[in-house]
Design a binder for this molecule. Structure first.
Ligand SMILES: O=C[C@H](O)COP(=O)(O)O
Length: 252
């Protein structure tokens, strides 16, 4: 039985003070929903403050990116051990990182391996662009992202991952995929690719989330799909009441 999982990716939003306000607004609602693994992913600058607020709760904290090297002359980067000081999770390979910052399946793979080596749970993002979707290339792109992004992992390492299927055309557009279509990609492409690489038990045990314009109004459409285990929420995770409703929907 896979425990439902909902993470809020705040992207490049909120100062420390704004982050504190948002967390204090959502904390009581989030704490009430024990059946769901709940994770907040604020910007790096707020991790220390939010870690203090979440201490003593069962709500997880995640970073939105990290470098694969342990330390050194990498101006502007954050090392795995620095993330690990505050976080249990790290989002890797988000399409915005791939599109705007040149991340590739190869660099995602380095980051995934580094995160696992430091005891962090990677939330690995995959998904096709609109052009790829319209060209009928979704299965090819998504399976390649998994094969290359998770290359050289052991089945044991893979079993601890969380995967977020985020069709790029659905992110921040208000145009979510349909629950059925997302379920089909997870069930027909993502889990079979994981099964080929790591075996059936791992493929059936990994949590696979949907991401892309999830709101309180459409969350249930995804959470009622048998292959989808939760959501990676962007814009709607910046509104306390809305995000709590999404988490509540995942518990049903
Ligand atoms: O990481 C979250 C996704 O990019 C989804 O963002 P969105 O909910 O604003 O579409």
């Amino acid at each position: 039985m896979r425990k439902p999982f909902v993470a809020g990716n705040w992207k490049m939003n909120k100062t420390v003070e704004q982050a504190r306000v948002l967390v204090s607004e959502m904390l009581p609602g989030l704490q009430a929903v024990k059946a769901v693994e709940r994770v907040l992913c604020p910007p790096f600058t707020s991790l220390m403050a939010i870690a203090a607020m979440l201490s003593g709760t069962d709500i997880g904290l995640g970073a939105q990116n990290m470098h694969w090297e342990t330390a050194g002359a990498f101006t502007g980067e954050i090392a795995p051990a620095m993330v690990k000081e505050f976080c249990q999770y790290v989002i890797l390979g988000h399409s915005e990182r791939r599109t705007y910052f040149g991340e590739t399946d190869e660099t995602v793979n380095r980051k995934v391996r580094a995160a696992l080596a430091h005891g962090l749970t990677p939330i690995v993002c995959i998904g096709e662009t609109l052009a790829e979707n319209e060209a009928g290339r979704t299965a090819e792109v998504v399976s390649r992202q998994i094969e290359q992004g998770l290359k050289d992992l052991t089945p044991e390492q893979a079993s601890g991952l969380v995967i977020a299927y985020e069709p790029v055309w659905a992110i921040g557009t208000g145009r979510a995929a349909s629950g059925e279509d997302a379920n089909r990609v997870v069930g027909d492409v993502i889990r079979p690719t994981l099964a080929k690489m790591f075996g059936n038990t791992v493929a059936e045990g990994v949590r696979v989330l949907y991401g892309g314009s999830v709101t309180a109004a459409n969350a249930a459409e995804f959470f009622t799909q048998p292959q989808i285990d939760g959501a990676l929420v962007g814009g709607a995770s910046l509104k306390a009441a809305e995000f709590v409703k999404i988490v509540e929907a995942a518990a049903k």
